[in-house]
Design a protein around this ligand. Structure first.
Ligand code: BES
Ligand code: MN
Ligand code: MN
Length: 462
């Protein structure tokens, strides 16, 4: 009988080619034109779970995209691990910035990935990381070495805010009962510096519209006397940060839990090179809230960022026009104990209050999510620490992440289950950007580490 690790090595080529099949499905959850593709990605996951040996595999409809469920209950006395991930992906545009088509995966080498990386939308976020779990499960089943019960809950709406998951969790409590949620949808510090994500920021996402005159006007005939919505919107946005890059919305920081100097010091001991960071992004300087380091600005501090802004004439050449309307999409990343609904309300009140009478403004809330911090003194975390130590040869560093996975807070609230964020991507893998990629090293390392998580978790829970 082969060992699980041998099985993984022997089947590496097939695991890469199957991932390619998964990546060829353009499961963009945000675009209704891709609904059929999203559905086919769900069936793909269901089929692969079945052939790997899962029972009770179901594609469960929601008001949005379906959730794929499957399980293998080996023994009720063993602990149960629920693997969560998402099969939906971000839109691929702008397409012209990709070096190869986003849904035609190819392997290319990079400086950071000398062993090659798979370039495709979703390769790292999150199809590649989901598929590691399915293949690790296949290997454990094939070798007759599944040390824990396992459930899979792979959703299709993470990239659009998981709006239907709260009711899904509420309505499926017993089906989803587990001891821990294991998630690979975050990053490592580096391939030789393993880390475990122990916090995620929350999110409040809003869209604003600023409307001036009832129609576009000649910018000479009317310009100077009629409020220009783009001038006004940009000034309003600019006023939302002060000279120290603090957010000016009254009450924005009020609920923020202070982090002790000692904890901040520890955070800043994590390996980080400002020089490499700037070189990677080709910037001469970073920019952010005064009084905090880059690591703090991207983990323990809340932010406000314009994600998109439009209005007026953006075609070839010059058109002299005073636009009737201007729009922006704005995200606010939140930290413990900020509440997304409260922040959205504070934003709305403030935005309305600073609008001059020459325009009318509307604020439309989009999705939101609560921040989380996960404990490190539990068997759930220790199992991840031991597993990574085994495969990387050193202890992983606990580090808070800057992104958001809204369901993590919901798992805790609705099901009372804590999550472990054992991700294998790199921040430089360009998730959500053109040329997203996932290292073959990372793909295999994830697959190798997961069975150790199962093994150590079973031992620690004995
Ligand atoms: N996997 C990411 C979140 C992430 C990435 C966390 C890297 C930590 C490190 C996830 O798919 C994501 O993109 N989430 C969205 C949330 C949203 C659409 C509600 C985000 O953070 O923008
Ligand atoms: Mn993700
Ligand atoms: Mn994402």
């Amino acid at each position: 009988m082969k060992t699980v690790q041998e099985y993984l090595q022997n089947n590496k080529e097939r695991f890469v080619s199957e991932l390619f099949d998964f990546l060829r499905i353009p499961s963009v959850s945000a675009n209704p034109d891709n609904d059929a593709d999203v559905a086919s990605a769900a069936s793909f996951v269901a089929e692969k779970l079945k052939s790997a040996g899962a029972d009770n595999v179901e594609v469960i409809p929601t008001k949005g995209h379906p959730v794929v469920f499957g399980e293998k209950m080996v023994d009720p006395s063993l602990p149960t691990i629920m693997v969560y991930g998402h099969y939906d992906v971000q839109p691929a545009d702008p397409l012209n910035l990709w070096d190869s088509p986003p849904f035609e995966p190819v392997i290319r080498q990079t400086d950071i990935h000398p062993e090659g990386a798979v370039f495709a939308r979703g390769s790292c976020d999150d199809k590649g990381q989901v598929y590691m779990h399915i293949k690790a499960f296949e290997a454990m089943m094939a070798c007759g070495e599944l040390p824990c019960n396992v459930k899979f809950m792979i959703e299709g709406e993470e990239e659009v805010g998981s709006a239907n998951l709260s009711s899904f969790l509420e309505n499926n409590k017993s089906k989803l009962s587990a001891d821990v949620i294991l998630i690979s949808d975050t990053s490592l510090i580096a391939n030789d510096i393993p880390s475990i994500t122990v916090g995620l920021r929350g999110l409040s996402y809003v869209e604003v519209a600023v409307v001036g005159p009832n129609r576009d006007l000649h910018s000479g005939v009317y310009g100077g006397a009629v409020g220009n919505p783009i001038n006004i919107l940009t000034k309003m946005i600019a006023s939302m940060h002060d000279d120290n890059n603090h957010v000016t919305i009254p009450g924005f920081y009020e609920a923020v839990l202070p982090v002790s100097l000692e904890d901040r010091q520890k955070m800043n001991e994590a390996p980080f090179s400002l020089e490499d960071y700037q070189a990677d992004l080709k910037i001469d300087s970073v920019h952010g809230e005064a009084g905090y380091t880059v690591l703090e600005r991207t983990s323990i501090r809340p932010t406000l960022d314009v994600n998109g802004i439009w209005g007026g004439y953006i075609g070839e050449g010059a058109k002299t026009v005073l636009p009737s309307k201007a729009f922006a999409k704005i995200s606010m990343r939140l930290v413990p104990n900020q509440d997304p609904d409260t922040i959205t309300e504070l934003f709305k009140n403030y935005f309305e209050s600073i609008a001059p009478p020459a325009v009318k403004v509307t604020v439309t809330p989009h999705h939101g999510g609560h921040p989380v911090v996960t404990p490190t003194d539990t068997p759930e975390y220790k199992a991840a620490q031991l597993a990574m130590n085994h495969t990387f040869g050193k202890d992983p560093i606990p580090q808070r992440g800057g992104g958001s996975i809204p369901i993590v807070a919901l798992f805790e609230k609705e099901l009372g289950i804590k999550s472990v964020l054992m991700g294998f991507g790199l921040d430089s893998d360009d998730i959500h950007s053109p040329n997203e990629h996932y290292g073959l090293f990372n793909y295999m390392k994830g697959m190798e580490t997961i069975p150790y998580y199962f093994k150590y978790y079973a031992e620690l829970k004995k």
